[in-house]
Design a protein. Structure first.
Length: 121
């Protein structure tokens, strides 16, 4: 009896949380994105799952072949982007602050599009 109640409660929680989340996308960029792709919170890089942003950043390099270091600084949200969370990361090239990249985790898939100035490893 207790197992059945716990199971029903768990199912209720899963469905209620799922219904409160904003719709997730399965595209290389948000159709409502504005500004420079990846460099502005109003046009973040869609990434699948919790670890998506880290995996995305670990798979790219600068177009000149140089690697970079990144540090998550926090998260934000934007009215034009249907994502619960937009993470922002400081990017360091040759030990110097290069700027920030904005990534939206928990989407249906990770973008194959790259921000300007970056390439695949």
């Amino acid at each position: 009896m207790i197992r059945a109640l716990l199971f029903l409660f768990w199912e209720f929680l899963k469905h209620s949380v799922r219904n409160r989340l904003k719709p997730r996308i399965k595209a290389d960029k948000f159709p409502t994105g504005m500004g420079s792709f990846g460099f502005e919170s109003t046009n973040p890089i869609p990434c699948a799952g919790f670890h998506g942003p880290r995996r995305y950043l670990e798979a790219i390099k600068f177009s000149d072949g140089k690697s970079f270091r990144f540090e998550r600084q926090g998260s934000t949200g934007e009215e034009n982007i249907p994502a619960e969370i937009i993470d922002y990361y400081d990017i360091y090239k040759d030990g110097k602050d290069f700027g920030q990249l904005f990534l939206a985790p928990f989407q249906k898939r990770t973008s194959r599009k790259l921000p300007e100035g970056f390439s695949q490893k």
